[in-house]
Design a protein around this ligand. Structure first.
Ligand code: GAR
Length: 188
């Protein structure tokens, strides 16, 4: 059984979806949820589902103690699901090809610092795009920059609000993030 850690900074709906998906699956389970935000809703989601969770500080992220915790918990694979901070080099290197991020747009467009959640969908609507989508990619030391593993699209209509776009993108995330994670775990 492979052990997955999920990092999330906010709502945590993707984290919850991953937890539930892998509960039904013998390949892996979500063994640890990490958040940098003590007020994040992901904490109550993890509690409700009895998944160990921990609040981490920026210092712990950069000074090696988060990496130690991942090792101590025998984590095989890391998913960033709405995690706002840059992951430091020590974690990226230790989890080479075993750490992925989900981004709510079609990278390389609408990525980079500050491009998070609804900000991304506002930018897509403001630019008059007629499609957007999701990107699942490996994590490297730069925001939204690692090799792309998977992308899929959804239409954006002229009268769509950023919230409408968010809903369509979330539906794609729910459908594909667990599935792609599973495929990658099968190759480990
Ligand atoms: C998701 O849409 C995810 O793609 C996005 O944050 C949202 C988190 O939702 N990530 C980024 O924008 C990363 N740049 P959730 O907390 O409900 O899973």
């Amino acid at each position: 059984m492979k052990r997955i850690a999920v990092f999330a900074s906010g709502n945590g709906s993707n984290a919850e979806n991953l937890i539930n998906y892998f509960r039904e699956n013998d390949l892996a389970d979500v063994s640890l949820v990490l958040t940098d935000n003590p007020k994040a809703k992901v904490i109550s989601r993890a509690e409700k589902l009895f998944v160990p969770h921990v609040v981490i500080t920026p210092q712990e992220l950069s000074n090696g103690s988060v990496l130690e915790r991942l090792k101590k918990n025998k984590i095989d694979f890391v998913v960033l699901a709405g995690f706002l901070r840059m992951v430091p080099k020590n974690i990226v290197e230790a989890f080479k090809d075993r750490i992925i991020n989900i981004h709510p747009a079609l990278l390389p467009s609408y990525g980079g610092k500050g491009m998070y959640g609804i900000n991304v969908h506002k930018a897509v609507v403001d630019a008059g795009e007629n499609e957007t989508g999701i990107t699942i990619h490996y994590v490297n030391e730069n925001y939204d920059d690692g090799d792309i593993i998977f992308q899929t699209t959804t239409d954006v209509y002229p009268d769509d609000t950023p919230e409408d776009v968010a809903e369509k993108v979330h539906a794609l995330e729910k459908q594909y993030l667990p599935q792609i994670t599973e495929e990658l775990l099968e190759e480990l």
